[in-house]
Design a protein around this ligand. Sequence first.
Ligand SMILES: [Zn+2]
Length: 356
Amino acid sequence: MICCIECFRDTELKSMISSYEKKGDCEICGAKDTYIYDTVNDNYLAEYLDELLDVYTYKERLPCDYPVNLLNNLSKELVEKWRMFNISEEKVRELIINICKEKYDSESKLFIEPIGILELYDKDYLEKNCILKTHQWESFKYSITNINRFHSDHINTEVLGKLFGNMCSEYKTGTILYRARISDESGYKSKDMGAPPPRLISAGRANSEGISCLYLADNIDTTIHEIRARDLDYISVGSFELKKNIKVVDLSYIENFSPFSTGYDLTWLAVNIELLKKIGKEISKPLRRQDSILDYLPTQYISDFVKHLGYDGIKYKSTLSSDGNNFAIFSEKNFKCNKVEVYHINELEYHKKKVK
Ligand SMILES: [Zn+2]
């Protein structure tokens, strides 16, 4: 079976396929004259995917009281959890059997039966190795909102710190990021484009009330989307120049990362990956008028922890603009607003989805 670089989403596997420089037409996705992998003659992907498959145990070998909601099928795990492929689950199932043929010959049930991760049902393992120990995100949220706000024992900070250590990006002096404010036609001055003074600081997803945080974006469209500009509004957009090199925890990294590039034990990563995605998703959620500020507590906790570790901010994907990223910068002194431009919103597109 011939597959190609386009069939894969995982960056490491893609770069391996391109490094072999074997070209042809793909039997699976139909791409022409592209870098291909021939499952009959090539073997180099098998060891990587076999290692990932070793994380899993098929149902028959799991404890009989293993929770049903933790079971899944292999192709769904590879597509949804690990984002290995760009092709349908049915095609993944066929392809993975062909790539990992030796494993299929010795353990075919792994490819056919529901599978689970044994460690997800092992309390001792989870206590030591999972971001949320044995808890769920919702119980962390309940606990920090209703039981103990400042001394939560739900988070395994050692694990979270280790994961963040591999998700940090450095930004160099001179980097330009943007912040927008709704204004009038004459616009704001540079000195008015920064974070508000402490007594006026309201709570956000990455900061508690009274704690300063400069929210920036990496392009102008994103920052305009983030402030929910309306039709006919005037917008002041400040360009903020970075004054020193900074390190931020990049929560958008989890969208495109490859498990094979981290050097982590894959089982350890497997029990934490969904929680990392959840943290990224929660911090990216736009603020809504009907939100209670208590809704922001879990991500404020994470943000304070990132600050406590000594990083300068958090980067996360914008959900309001398709290719933009936002930054929550802990100290606005690291940036200087050196230019303000005023924009007029003369056309606004509404995208709606019927929910009822
Ligand atoms: Zn293909």
